[in-house]
Design a protein around this ligand. Sequence first.
Ligand SMILES: [Zn+2]
Length: 188
Amino acid sequence: MDASPHFLLLAATLLDSSLDDDTTLLQLHAVFGPMLLSAMQLVDRREVVHVDLGGRGLYQVSSSAGAPYTLYLDLPELPPPPAEDPRPETVEPPEENAGEAVLREATEQAARVRAVKLKAANDARLRANAEKLRHMYCPCTGWAFNALEGRHIFCKHVLAVLLAHRLGQTVRTRVGVHAAAGLLGISA
Ligand SMILES: [Zn+2]
């Protein structure tokens, strides 16, 4: 029942994108099938609730069966906000002396090095996110079925939390200790 690293990296990469273009949605649909639509409906209906327990969080997702499912998920690290546009290219400088040319070369070289470093950091983040996906768990039967079939470790609830997380559409709630204990099924 081990999901392939390639599949997890693909899922992590797709779920990392801004989810606002048709191509990404089609790719997600190719990967997750009808589960994608079910998960998006949960997000649209604001049925993904992040229960903030003071730093640590758990998620509750509505269930058609009755009580909501409670998921403890170590969520992927979101991409950094897009960098601000660098200063607009100045139109051809009129004349460049040797010193200026060297300086420009150095600046361009530094920009290339920065781009390579950024790419490496991003790749590492995506690999770490893929590893997090491997450990996602939901107590629903759909999850158990997929896992036992060796298909993947997703169900519509896990996927709904991931989509809501990426889209910033999680409903947030803070609960007191007693309510939290009730959620967790322990007495406080
Ligand atoms: Zn589930």
